[in-house]
Each structure stands twice: as structure tokens, then as C-alpha cells.
Design a protein around this ligand. Structure first.
Ligand SMILES: NC(=O)c1ccc[n+]([C@@H]2O[C@H](COP(=O)([O-])OP(=O)(O)OC[C@H]3O[C@@H](n4cnc5c(N)ncnc54)[C@H](O)[C@@H]3O)[C@@H](O)[C@H]2O)c1
Length: 261
């Protein structure tokens, strides 16, 4: 029997970035709990079982509106919005993107802010707005420890020792800090209309990174290891469900103790 506190069955969720490493886990996990789940992503591919894939660029308000129209016609107004789509500089990013702060390129800054901040804002406007009209809903914005605290540049020392210039870029951190206050803004704006908004802040997720990085990371985190993608799901189910009915404007931190010392 499902605990009624955590029961999500027959409700509707939108997960942005639902084709990515974490988005797939969220989308599949919510579908397994009986939700009707839509993934909004620009990446092609097959959605997890039970998840309907929509080709939506979250920086395009009209595309979000079109997908929402389709969802509302078929399933009704979403109950849960997980703003998970995001950009970070990839490991093979051009040298100037992972070079000194002083020369960090404006176009790279704009690209990250466009998806991580403006894309999240647009999804909140369109889907959160529909939730507010329906008088209920839960928005979960995905944050990062790098938006709570500065990146630890020492973690990337192994790259420098190998002769590569590497500075963890600034744009991602700035964008994830913005998420914290977008969340608080919306939590208060929609509090009386029954729409809750919370941030789910995660530490680094294991993804078969180089062993030097994994060792340096493990030494930095009290629990001595990176997050497994499936370990973010429990907090998401809590924030999505009625178990968190009085939780809004909060930041739930799933970081193995990263921010505790
Ligand atoms: N992986 C980590 O270590 C980690 C740690 C903390 C927080 N996060 C956050 O978790 C979220 C998911 O990260 P991930 O590691 O699964 O990344 P990922 O790159 O595997 O997935 C991100 C997804 O977002 C999609 N996307 C990018 N731009 C988009 C756009 N304009 N419109 C629609 N979709 C778009 C991508 O196609 C991709 O499928 C991100 O917000 C990330 O910042 C990740």
C-alpha cells in the first residue's frame, strides 16, 4: 500500500531535461509512482518507459505553451514541475571556457544563463501560471552545491598537473545561485494560491569520472563519495507530494554533508 502522504498516482508531472542523466531518473521514478509524466528536452532519443517525450527548448516560451496545451488537453493541468534541464561547461569545453575568470567568454555566460535561469523562469511562468489558476501545484527547481558555495577549484588540480589549464567556470555557479531566489520569489508570490516552490540542491553525481577526480571529491565530502543519481529521487518525491504540504521557499540539500563543514 502506498503511504497517502507520498501518493502521487494519477497526477501529472513535467520534467525538463528528462532525457539527461538525472532527468531520466526523475521521470522514470515519478512514472513508476503512477504519475503521467512529460519530458521537455532538446535531446533526441527514447524516453524512459511510461514517459511522454516532448521536443521543447525551454528558452522558447511558445514551445512550452504548445506542449502545455497538449498536456492539458490529454491529461489536465500539471501538478508537479521539475525544472531540471541545465547546461554546464562540458569536460571538452573550448579552452577559453575553462580558462581564467578574467577572460571567461560572454557568449558562454549568456548560453548558460539562458537555459539555467531564463528557461526555468519561462517554465515557471507558463506551467506554474497554469498551476496557480488550478489552485494547486509543486515546483521543484534543481540547484547545485556550486550555487550555494563556490566551486572548490582544488578538485581539478589533477587536470592542471596533466598540463591542461582548467578553472571551473563561473557561469554555472551564478546561474544556480539565481535559482535559489527565483524559488523564494515564487514561493511567496503563489503561497496563497496553493502552488509551492522549493529548490532541490544536489552535490556532484557519480558518472564514471576520472579516478583522480573521484578521489579528490571523496576526500572533500564527509560521506566520502559522490551522489548516486537514484539518491536524488527520495527528496524529489517528498517535495512533489503532499508529504511536504507546508514546505515552500525551502532549499532541500542532498549533498552527503558537503556544505556541513
Ligand atoms: N550531474 C551533477 O553532478 C549535478 C550536480 C548538481 C546539480 N545538477 C543539476 O541537475 C540537472 C540535471 O543534470 P544532469 O547531470 O542530468 O545533466 P544532463 O546534461 O545529463 O541533462 C540535462 C538535460 O537538459 C537538456 N537541456 C539542455 N538545454 C535544454 C533546453 N534549452 N531545453 C530543454 N532541455 C535542455 C539536455 O538535453 C539534457 O538532456 C541540471 O540542472 C544540473 O545543473 C547536476
Amino acid at each position: 500500500m502506498t503511504d497517502p502522504l507520498f501518493d502521487l498516482s494519477d497526477r501529472v508531472a513535467v520534467v525538463t531535461g528528462g532525457m539527461g542523466q538525472l532527468g531520466r531518473v526523475y521521470a522514470a521514478g515519478l512514472a513508476e509512482r503512477g504519475m503521467r509524466v512529460a519530458s521537455f528536452d532538446v535531446a533526441p532519443g527514447e524516453a524512459p518507459s511510461g514517459v511522454k517525450a516532448f521536443a521543447v527548448d525551454i528558452t522558447d516560451r511558445a514551445a512550452i505553451e504548445r506542449a502545455l496545451d497538449e498536456i492539458e488537453a490529454e491529461w489536465g493541468t500539471p501538478h508537479v514541475l521539475v525544472n531540471n534541464a541545465g547546461l554546464d561547461s562540458p569536460p571538452d569545453a573550448p579552452a577559453e571556457e575553462v580558462g581564467p575568470f578574467e577572460d571567461f567568454p560572454e557568449d558562454a555566460f549568456d548560453a548558460v544563463m539562458d537555459v539555467n535561469v531564463k528557461g526555468t523562469l519561462l517554465c515557471c511562468q507558463v506551467i506554474g501560471g497554469a498551476m496557480a489558476r488550478a489552485g494547486r501545484g509543486s515546483i521543484v527547481n534543481i540547484g547545485s552545491v556550486y550555487g550555494l558555495l563556490s566551486p572548490v577549484q582544488d578538485l581539478y588540480e589533477f587536470r592542471r598537473e596533466a598540463g591542461v589549464t582548467f578553472v571551473k567556470p563561473v557561469a554555472y555557479s551564478v546561474s544556480k545561485s539565481a535559482i535559489l531566489n527565483l524559488t523564494r520569489y515564487l514561493a511567496t508570490y503563489w503561497a496563497k494560491q496553493g502552488v509551492r516552490a522549493n529548490t532541490l540542491t544536489l552535490a556532484g553525481v557519480w558518472n564514471d569520472q576520472p579516478s583522480e577526480f573521484l578521489e579528490a571529491y571523496a576526500a572533500r565530502v564527509p560521506m566520502g563519495r559522490m551522489l548516486r543519481a537514484d539518491e536524488a529521487l527520495g527528496a524529489l518525491v517528498f517535495l512533489a507530494s503532499d508529504a511536504s504540504s507546508y514546505v515552500t521557499g525551502a532549499n532541500v540539500v542532498v549533498d552527503g554533508g558537503w556544505s556541513a563543514w
